[in-house]
Design a protein around this ligand. Structure first.
Ligand SMILES: [Zn+2]
Length: 268
């Protein structure tokens, strides 16, 4: 059975509070050899680390999600640095920019939008600085902010690579990410009927420039669409990805696992 990794799972979410052991077991039974638990604030990141200590095949990424920027401290670096030193922390994130839901859409003013974007930008840079300092890469979340994300990353491009998670951009966008030395990753969206654009982008992405992920508990692939997602479903995502790439599951396994191993240097 070919092995795959789930490179983006929110295993610390309350969705798994009652059956996490079974979730991890089902992943192993489905051939999902490693799972990367992603932090979305300091507490969530600490929980992700705890999970990596409890389960040998679970690793952690620590960071602060841009959508929660308003609640973040002004300087995240000291606390994040402490967390990131843990031997099973394999990257910094998820971080980036999210302009999808701005304060002005919820009764705020244009200056509120500017302050919110500014705070996201400051936090994003702190993640990039820390990643550079610690020799780690970044897990990138972006929504409606692609140009600004590329602009923030460019000064760091020699030291820090990013994986643009849950990638939904065009083949041309993907080319720009790859040209910077960064990667993309694909979720269960690749199996959705209305997601031909994502399949076209995956088809155009070089076999060694992308990874697979669930972003669980969200985005369960077909035939589980709409249900709680879990790492075992990388199997369904991989089956579709192999079809799109015109390669065998074994080839896809070798390529995506090698890419993840290279991108997350501490993924032992
Ligand atoms: Zn996520």
């Amino acid at each position: 059975m070919p092995t795959f990794y789930d490179t983006h799972a929110h295993l610390d979410y309350p969705d798994y509070a009652s059956d996490l052991e079974a979730v991890i077991e089902r992943a192993a039974a489905a051939g999902i050899g490693k799972i990367i638990a992603i932090g979305s604030d300091l507490e969530s990141s600490a929980r992700a680390i705890k999970l990596s200590e409890r389960f040998p095949n679970v690793y952690a990424v620590v960071g602060w999600h841009p959508s929660q920027a308003s609640e973040a401290p002004d300087d995240l670096r000291p606390a994040l640095r402490e967390l990131a030193r843990h031997p099973k922390v394999v990257a910094v994130g998820e971080t980036g920019l999210d302009y999808y839901r701005l304060p002005s859409a919820q009764g705020g003013t244009p200056p509120d939008d500017q302050r919110y974007k500014q705070k996201q930008s400051v936090l994003f840079r702190q993640h990039l600085e820390l990643a550079s300092e610690l020799g780690l890469n970044c897990v990138i979340h972006q929504r409606d902010a692609f140009e600004d994300v590329l602009a923030e990353m460019t000064p760091f491009a020699d030291n820090v690579r990013g994986v643009f998670h849950c990638f939904g951009g065009s083949p041309a966008d993907m080319q720009r990410v790859v040209a910077m030395g960064s990667l993309v990753s694909f979720t269960g969206i690749i199996t959705f009927k209305n997601a031909q654009g994502v399949r076209d982008t995956a088809a155009a992405t070089p076999l060694d420039r992308f990874m697979l992920e669930t972003d669980c508990p969200f985005l369960a692939p077909v035939p589980y669409r709409g249900k709680r997602c879990e790492p075992a479903y990388v199997k369904e995502i991989a089956a579709l990805a192999a079809q799109v790439k015109g390669c065998s599951p074994d080839e896809l396994s070798r390529a995506t696992c090698a890419t993840a191993q290279n991108f997350f240097p501490k993924l032992a």
